[in-house]
Write a protein that binds this ligand. Sequence first.
Ligand SMILES: [Zn+2]
Ligand SMILES: [Zn+2]
Length: 357
Amino acid sequence: MGPVRMVVERATAVPGAAEASAQLSAHGTAEVRFLDAAGKPVGRRRRVKVEPAPVLEAPAAGGGITHVATEPLIAFMTRLPKGAVAFRLDEPGRDVITPGIVETASPRPKKPDSRRRFGAQDARFVLAIMAERFDREAAFHADCRQLLAAIEATAPFSEMPGRVAVEALFWKSDPGKGLFGPLQMGTGTDLIFGDRKLTAAFLEKSGVRSDLAIVLVNLAKRGGAGGTSKFPAWVTNQPSATDRWEDVAIHEIGHAFGLGDEYDSPNPQATSDIEPNIGETPDPARVPWAHLCNVAGPGPTAPFNGGATLPAGTIGTFEGARYQQHGRFRPQFACRMRTTRDPFCERCRELIRARIA
Ligand SMILES: [Zn+2]
Ligand SMILES: [Zn+2]
């Protein structure tokens, strides 16, 4: 038997040790000791790395979007010593846990059970959708078709039908357990995601080339998490009282077109690159979308929290964008890159059009 990848959620912090633990775990390690059926240690003792926790984008109430700190998963590749059935994981400042090997071993990356394309063969933008917690292929395909229809009904995609296609990658899995777990859920937020490295490995194994990959989780709880160039995004197929689940996915698609976030809640891990729908000056004549502006300077067109009473078609400089309340400007009052329930603003539409025309 070759190497196995083990994945466990971090143990609960020991009361009173939370601060010490937070410091230790920033680049910390944990000790692993394999145990046999009688609970006796087998094989060598080893140390495994605790990766720093990512801060991930997550949908919030009322169409909002926010960034949420997560707990890292502890993952490591190992050969199993003879007789090992569990292991003891000891991280400073945390409870000691003894997970079973069968329960925590990752599935080996494999090709999808089926692959189906929805939309044109010569589409300009390909979205890969990975099935998680679906035991029925038909139900997964119905959701894929529903998402593609929602994209096609969203401007500017609605102006140019047939430019987006979906590659539906179906891996059958237990609806209660799935393949890409364990799932993490943020308390008090709509953050939901699982083992990001594992999904990237499964996607690579599929051989599908896509502009963006989303893990679609069949779960009766609204949620999701943003992706990166290395890791797929996550979205559940559950709407909220005010928002369709497809809208969260379409916001993520906006990122794949190079659009930046237009909301102003903080993101402690933000990079310094500024996207072309974000301005750093209040002057409408000097922002990257100056050719679209229909108001004159010096600006801002609306200060932070202002602009709600301006005519809906106003294009200028609205203060509050890209994780800051001040000093960053967005083109219009509302945009899908700010709240998931709104349409894309004119600037974002222009940028998407330029890539799919
Ligand atoms: Zn975003
Ligand atoms: Zn926009």
